[in-house]
Design a binder for this molecule. Structure first.
Ligand SMILES: [Cu+2]
Length: 295
């Protein structure tokens, strides 16, 4: 094979490679477009929030901003570092068998490597503290107080509404691992959650509030929040608490105030008045039964 044949061969191979790359890119773009067009509005919204569910409380937007800001900062730093790596790989590629000049024990560089991460952590820490202060700020006079009991393996919600003329009673709802309890919240009104546990540590989490708090035996953790968006949301335990931790779910319904009062009156009519401090559930899920059959 002559030199000309060889270079013509590599040219053909290279152009074939480029065509292959273009086809691959085209397929990728079409595939991504098809995948995204198949997504619901909800999924697209969640992608825009970089994975966060829709926000449903007055405290959530500041956590949203911290989340997005952290990703932007991480992305900028990532691009900068990848840029430096690619630059070094290309610019200082080993040629003619020699090494480029090595920079070990370069004091100014090492000082820079030490200080730069502290600056990054310092900025993240500063904004985290600001957001935490805002999220945990207490309301002087919360309009509603709900005592939440996290117990193995469900939740009890005590609505302390004895002073609410619309309800006139403290009422409660309690779930089991078979029956997921409902938590009703009035939209636009301040709610204080007081958390207790009779057994082990749980964690009270409504993902759409973008915050959660541990439920610790012997302690009274509490936080204030104003639900801001009507709708149904998920709630769950976020602390591994035993065999049926994964079944420790609840449904959150953010409703107009009138409907909230109605729901609580229904609980009162069902005789669920007073305060229920919960108890370790004795309900045990049955193991799946053998359906029998041959083979
Ligand atoms: Cu739990």
């Amino acid at each position: 094979m002559s030199g000309d044949d060889w270079s013509a061969g590599t040219r053909t191979a290279r152009s074939r490679g480029r065509r292959g790359l273009r086809v691959l890119l085209g397929v990728g773009v079409i595939g991504a477009a098809a995948a995204l067009s198949g997504c619901s509005q909800e999924t697209v919204g969640q992608l825009k929030r970089l994975g966060l569910p829709v926000a449903a409380s007055d405290r959530a937007p500041s956590i949203h901003d911290l989340w997005i800001g952290s990703w932007i900062a991480a992305g900028a730093i990532g691009l900068f570092v990848w840029g430096l790596i690619i630059y070094c790989v290309v610019r200082f590629k080993r040629r003619h068998g020699g090494y480029v000049k090595q920079n070990r024990y370069n004091l100014p560089l090492e000082v820079l490597y030490t200080i730069a991460p502290f600056v990054v952590i310092g900025v993240l820490f500063y904004y985290t503290v600001l957001v935490q202060e805002h999220v945990q700020a207490k309301v002087a006079e919360p309009q509603h107080t709900i005592d939440v009991v996290g117990q193995k393996w469900s939740w009890t919600f005590n609505y302390r509404e004895a002073n609410n003329p619309q309800v006139g009673n403290d009422v409660w709802e309690s779930g089991t691992i078979e029956k997921t309890p409902d938590l009703y919240l009035p939209v636009g009104q301040t709610v204080r959650f007081r958390l207790t546990s009779p057994d082990v540590i749980h964690s009270f989490w409504i993902p759409s509030f973008y915050e959660k708090m541990d439920v610790i035996p012997g302690r009274h953790n509490y936080f204030d929040v104003t639900p801001t968006r009507l709708g149904d949301y998920d709630g769950k335990c976020a602390e591994l608490c035993g065999t049926y931790h994964s079944a420790m779910l609840f449904k959150v319904h953010i409703v107009p105030v009138a409907e909230y009062n109605e729901k609580l009156k229904e609980l009162a009519q069902a005789g669920q008045t007073g305060v229920n401090l919960g108890n370790t559930s004795t309900t045990v899920l049955q193991p799946p039964t053998d359906t029998g059959g041959e083979g």
